[in-house]
Design a protein around this ligand. Structure first.
Ligand code: ADP
Ligand code: MG
Ligand code: MG
Length: 898
């Protein structure tokens, strides 16, 4: 079994198809090597070894790897003409994590590995650059200390223990930048760092390069199970057994002086999707310096410098004058880099996010991957690549993550409100969107308010969870490729970064701008498209859907075979959904209509009366109101089918539970308070969700079904008179036996017949049922003898199949998820294994009697992409979901069919 794959010198053992085994980084390093991109030579230890490590532990895995790793280091040594651990001509390496999907900053990397007190002198002599050698050494101790030896801040208010030493020295020497350190300063730092390590860990810093190498490899494996990585994995649903690969690679040095540097670049704009090469770099810097926001980075392209300089009033002059773009400063390197970015984008046929380093005028590429992007950019890039002929229509559709479309449907700031907004500062438009919330200064306080804005000097991977909770992210430091910016774009979260005018004080929890102070809990708003930071709340409005979005939706129609309907209870919802392309209504819940003030009274009177006559009186008042509701909805959905579900919830939900309201009701109805109270008590149930609800109501109180059927049919007839076609599909809830269905069906059909005779006119309509009780799924062949259609109510079906009460599951589901007893919340993602079986059985048995039985789904799952795919596999006619999920479901339906 091969555990180590080599790359470098225009060849490689692996390639880009091997992401599962080599991780994304390793697979792409191999691929780049093969197509002739200059990549420092190295090797990848497979993700399988990570799994082996988790089973067998360090010693066994080191034994398994020793031969292959030694041989591979030997290959790197030959290719670089230097020797690992050698005191005169040393080779240094980086040890880099790399899972099969990119998890930016979630795992660990160590640079400059192989240095000790002797090797550093050799490196200085060899390169004739003492400063560089000692800078590399202090960086190495810093990274190795943090990653391998656990030298992290002890409290959240603390800064990194090494940064603390650096800051103290800067203060003492009265300098600002780490490039201002003298050689002696760097030597002092190395000494102080080593002392700090000894003091905190009780051990000397390891001096043997091979010990260092194994320590780092194991630390990278461990980082797969670190808090940050676990949180990120859970958020995205990546299984724990994927593991991470480890890449060991010859160092190239961006910190060798002013002819060296490092940077990050994107082949297109990850925020907007525009086809402009962009990125940031730093001269005389290494690795993470750009992303971590240590110094304010410079732009790669001239265009970029001008654009951001205008947007970020921060350090405007500095940016424009002292920090020219790479294009201007190093035109030859820029040209070469530009060539590679074109090659790589064409090769991978997608927007690339690349890392590069220049060592004394020579350019090296250190990473490429499909870049993270906002929902807007995702749509634009897919459509542009299609236009450019790099991908075809099906590929364009598959490039779009259905859930990310959601970002395009979010509210934007109301342009009118923006006119009067008090803009207090401007930063970089790092991730578009509109966010309003209360200021919090620490990630673990993001859930303190319902809407919070996380305000940080800069963010770090530890902040991930809080960033996810916050409505928006604001940082004072860091550029367009800073951690905050990259992560926010990946989450589709509004982010303004690098707003240098902000003074943030964590200890006092204050944000100061232009002498004005803001505190924890104060409202601010962020405009992620302009970088504006606004005082207070700003009103929002519905977004306009862009041309590209409309084109994507057109494409989905070309490929989708399963239809998408919406769940809508009002004409307004119906209209929104229709604009999003809904092909009908899959569920109208009639009970929501009863909660309005003037109706709830009639409803309560109906419930409280003890006689059929009394109920009929009250229902007479309700009839015209329901008929109006249905007319509105049918009109909004003109020509399209509308499924109306008869009354479903337990009656006690409608009666007043507070004394004052009970009194009012008693007065209104001219009955005693006691009578009201006793009726309320009578309606109390131990398990209301399994109690007197659904068709059980219509069976015990047939006059309710009669009234609802009448309202539906009369509404349709009224519209017919106006020349508007209504297509009602009447749905009986909570059926478990054929007899229940027959009982309700008869009432509905008799009522319709009676109305047709009264009005001497008729319409077409269907009578079907929800399948939401396991028994109904099992006996679907019986029920299908009478029912015109089935709609799987997967909320109740999930509840009853698992035996989890939907209203009480909050107490244990989170723990189940945490302990891995359930992988996902079955109320969010359809449980295909269990509940899915009932859906399949129900559909198959139903169609065995009626081959063309219309089948759909109307639970929350109807808008969840993996569940939509399942519905397609089950050969449903349609899925139905809330209006804002309609575009997502349409795309998922098309993707399922491709
Ligand atoms: P991450 O996955 O967090 O981006 P990386 O493994 O890509 O971590 O490395 C972190 C930084 O160090 C990146 O900027 C990368 O370009 C740089 N780096 C990694 N390996 C080398 C190397 N061999 N020579 C120079 N820089 C390197
Ligand atoms: Mg990287
Ligand atoms: Mg139900």
């Amino acid at each position: 079994k091969t555990r180590v794959y080599k790359f470098g010198n225009k060849s490689a053992d692996g390639d880009s198809t091997m992401k599962n085994l080599l991780g994304g980084k390793g697979a792409n390093l191999a691929e780049m090597s093969k197509i002739g991109i200059p990549v420092p030579p190295g090797f990848t230890i497979t993700t399988d070894v990570c799994t082996e490590y988790n089973l067998l532990g360090k010693e066994a895995v080191v034994n398994l790897l020793t031969n292959e790793v030694e041989a591979s280091i030997d290959t790197i040594e030959k290719s670089m003409g230097a020797t690992f651990g050698d005191k005169e001509n040393p080779l240094l390496v980086s040890v880099r994590s790399g899972a099969r999907v990119s998890m930016p900053g979630m795992m660990d990397t160590v640079l400059n590995l192989g240095l000790n007190d002797e090797v550093v002198i050799g490196l200085a002599n060899k390169t004739k650059n003492e400063r560089f050698a000692w800078d590399s050494y202090r960086r190495f101790i810093q990274m190795y200390g943090g990653v391998v030896l656990g030298m992290k801040p002890e409290y959240k208010e603390d800064i990194d223990p090494f940064e603390e030493i650096i800051e103290a020295l800067k203060h003492k020497r009265d300098i600002e930048l780490d490039t201002d350190f003298t050689i002696q300063d760097l030597k002092d730092l190395v000494y102080d760092f080593k002392e700090a390590v000894k003091k905190r860990t009780g051990h000397d810093f390891p001096t043997n390069p091979w010990d260092q190498l194994w320590g780092a490899i194991i630390a990278v494996f461990n980082s797969w199970n670190g808090d940050r990585a676990v949180y990120y994995r859970n958020m995205h649903g990546y299984p724990a057994d994927w593991g991470t690969a480890v890449n060991v690679q010859a160092m190239v040095y961006g910190n060798m002086g002013n002819n060296s540097g490092t940077g990050v670049c994107f082949t297109r704009d990850a925020g907007t999707g525009e086809n402009v090469f962009n990125g940031e770099y730093l001269i005389n810097a290494q690795g993470e310096d750009v992303v971590a926001g240590v110094r304010t980075p410079q732009q790669i392209t001239k265009l970029g410098s001008e654009r951001w300089a205008v947007l970020a009033k921060v350090e405007e002059d500095e940016r424009a004058e002292n920090y020219p773009s790479l294009e201007e400063l190093m035109p030859t390197i820029y040209k070469e880099l530009n060539g590679y970015q074109e090659t790589l984008e064409k090769h991978y046929r997608d927007m690339q996010d690349m890392e590069f380093t220049m060592q004394d005028g020579k350019l090296w590429i250190l990473q490429t991957r499909n870049g993270k992007r906002t929902g807007f950019a995702m749509v634009k890039i897919a459509m542009d690549l299609l236009k450019e002929g790099l991908i075809n229509e099906k590929e364009a559709l598959l490039r779009i993550e259905p859930n990310k479309l959601d970002e395009l449907l979010h509210p934007i700031f109301d342009p009118k409100a923006l006119k009067n907004a008090n803009v207090i500062a401007q930063g970089l438009p790092a991730s578009p969107g509109a966010a309003t919330g209360k200021i919090v200064f620490f990630a673990d306080e993001a859930n303190k308010y319902k809407n919070s804005i996380l305000v940080r000097i800069e963010t770090s991977p530890e902040d991930l969870e809080g960033m996810n909770i916050a409505k928006g992210i604001l940082t004072a430091r860091g550029g367009m490729t800073s951690h905050a910016a990259v992560v926010a774009r990946g989450m589709g979260k509004c982010c303004v970064s690098g707003a240098g005018a902000l003074k943030i004080n964590y200890k006092n929890k204050t944000l100061t701008v232009d002498g004005h102070e803001y505190h924890d809990g104060d409202w601010i708003s962020l405009n992620g498209s302009t970088g504006n930071i606004i005082e207070g709340k700003v009103a929002t409005t519905e977004p306009e859907l862009s041309g590209e979005f409309a084109k994507i939706m057109e494409l989905t129609d070309k490929y989708a075979t399963m239809q998408v309907r919406t769940n809508a209870d009002s004409p307004n919802d119906a209209k929104i959904a229709r604009n999003f392309g809904a092909q009908g209504i899959g569920l109208t819940r009639t009970e929501h209509m009863f909660f309005e003030v003037d109706r709830i009274k009639a409803m309560r009177e109906m419930i409280l009366s003890d006689t059929v006559k009394g109920r009929k009186e009250a229902l007479k008042d309700l009839l015209p109101m329901q008929r109006d509701d249905f007319e509105g909805i049918f009109e909004a959905m003109e020509g399209l089918p509308v499924t109306v579900r008869l009354l479903d919830p337990p009656l006690h939900e409608f009666v007043p539970h507070q004394l004052a309201t009970q009194k009012d009701l008693a007065d209104d109805m001219h009955i005693s308070l006691e009578a009201v109270k006793s009726k309320v008590a009578e309606l109390e149930e131990f398990n209301p969700m399994l109690g007197h609800r659904g068709c059980r109501l219509g069976i015990t109180y047939p006059e309710i079904t009669e009234m609802q059927a009448r309202a539906i049919i009369e509404a349709a007839l009224n519209l017919k008179e106006k020349g508007i076609e209504a297509k009602p599909e009447i749905m009986v809830p909570l059926i478990g036996t054929l007899a229940e269905f027959e009982n309700q069906e008869k009432i509905i059909r008799d009522t319709a017949q009676q109305i047709f005779e009264e009005r001497n006119d008729s319409i077409e309509f269907l009578v079907g049922t929800m399948i939401e009780i396991p028994r109904a799924a099992l006996l679907a062949d019986k029920i299908a003898q009478r029912a015109d259609f089935f709609s799987f109510g997967t909320n109740d079906l999930t509840q009853m199949t698992f035996g989890y009460s939907r209203d009480d599951a909050g107490k244990f589901l989170p723990i189940y998820l945490e302990k891995g007893i359930l992988k996902v919340d079955p109320f969010e993602v359809l449980d295909q294994e269990g509940v899915g079986q009932l859906v399949k059985i129900g559909t198959e048995r139903g169609r065995s009697i009626k081959p063309d039985l219309k089948v759909g789904i109307c639970g929350e799952h109807g808008g969840e992409p993996s569940s939509v795919e399942f519905c397609y596999q089950t050969r449903m006619n349609y899925v139905s979901c809330s209006p804002y999920r309609v575009p997502i479901a349409r795309l998922a339906s098309a993707q399922a069919a491709i």
